[in-house]
Design a protein around this ligand. Structure first.
Ligand SMILES: *[C@@H]1O[C@H](CO)[C@@H](O)[C@H](O)[C@H]1NC(C)=O
Ligand SMILES: *[C@@H]1O[C@H](CO)[C@@H](O)[C@H](O)[C@H]1NC(C)=O
Ligand SMILES: *[C@@H]1O[C@H](CO)[C@@H](O)[C@H](O)[C@H]1NC(C)=O
Ligand SMILES: *[C@@H]1O[C@H](CO)[C@@H](O)[C@H](O)[C@H]1NC(C)=O
Ligand SMILES: *[C@@H]1O[C@H](CO)[C@@H](O)[C@H](O)[C@H]1NC(C)=O
Length: 266
């Protein structure tokens, strides 16, 4: 009995010492975590959402992101996200959707048309998925491209359908949806009538080579996109997490220390 007991006491003493020094080193940040009020700056401004980062890790949305960057509209989008109360809702087609787009090609568009087409993929307001049933009653809905660049929405038992005339598609997953920024994946590039005209070919498309043509190659790497329809939980980069972890570890150290102290007393 003697040896284990000594050992226990020694161990506890060690623990006590180590947690004491640890606690001393770590204690300065603790008051920040414990008192909720003293961080006034982050409170009014919503957390910064880096659109470039989000689009570069989800999807793959590289084609859309490249268009955003080549047209410099990424600043317009980011500004809408950063600096407006309304926020932004972005509909992003995957790379495979751009690849699958053969008939009206984007290659002949002027720079201004291309800009309008990209702006056409966003609404100047944040909409949660639940907001679309109401939005569907307000049919032609203005996009960030303004003017005649409108989209129609319908909400079919929770599935959000988009109609631009040329493009009938749906939201297939939510990449991000926290006020003020929503990013939804859609199945097709949205082609505005304001660019391509109203002379829409009557549903010709996928007859010769149905969907397999488009899907297997580029859809393969992210099979999760269909299933994970709610969200890829993205790394939210707030320092709050590390503060919580820190205070947790301090807390557990304190418990150990008290415990060790009790053992020592006996
Ligand atoms: C946003 O993310 C991109 C890509 O990760 C990065 O290059 C850029 O520096 C970030 N911008 C800011 C302001 O953090
Ligand atoms: C958006 O906010 C971030 C972080 O405050 C900043 O780095 C970035 O330059 C802002 N971008 C725009 C377009 O306002
Ligand atoms: C692009 O423009 C060229 C020349 O103006 C034309 O020959 C070609 O058919 C156009 N392609 C598409 C896809 O509209
Ligand atoms: C959108 O809705 C409006 C109003 O219901 C309708 O007039 C218009 O034709 C619709 N556009 C498309 C492309 O379906
Ligand atoms: C998260 O923060 C770390 C450093 O604090 C940074 O290196 C990383 O790029 C950030 N990631 C995002 C998603 O902004």
């Amino acid at each position: 009995m003697q040896f284990p007991r000594t050992c226990l006491i020694l161990c506890s003493a060690l623990l006590l010492c180590s947690s004491f020094t640890y606690g001393q080193k770590a204690s300065p940040p603790a008051p920040i975590a414990l008192t909720p009020t003293p961080t006034p700056a982050p409170a009014p401004a919503p957390e910064y959402v880096n659109l470039t980062y989000l689009l570069s890790v989800a999807g793959p949305f590289h084609t859309f992101l490249n268009y955003l960057e080549s047209t410099k509209l990424v600043d317009t989008f980011q500004n809408q996200a950063n600096n407006t109360k309304q926020g932004i809702t972005i509909f992003v087609p995957k790379d495979s959707s751009f690849k699958g787009l053969k008939k009206p090609s984007l290659s002949n568009l002027s720079n201004d048309q291309l800009k309008s087409l990209i702006l056409f993929h966003a609404l100047p307001k944040y909409y949660a998925l639940a907001d679309f049933s109401e939005l569907s009653t307000k049919s032609p809905v203005s996009t960030l491209a303004g003017g005649k660049y409108t989209l129609n929405f319908t909400d079919d038992a929770g599935t959000v359908h988009l109609d631009s005339g040329w493009s009938k598609t749906e939201v297939t997953s939510a990449v991000h949806s926290t006020d003020p920024v929503a990013i939804y994946q859609v199945n097709k590039v949205l082609l505005p009538e304001a660019i391509f005209g109203t002379d829409i070919p009557p549903m010709p498309a996928p007859a010769p080579a149905p969907t397999p043509d488009i899907s297997p190659a580029a859809d393969a790497p992210s099979a999760d996109s269909k299933g994970g329809s709610s969200s890829k939980s993205l790394p939210s980069n707030s320092s709050s997490r590390s503060i919580v972890e820190l205070s947790l570890s301090i807390w557990s150290q304190m418990v150990l220390a008290v415990f060790g102290g009790l053992v020592l007393l006996f």
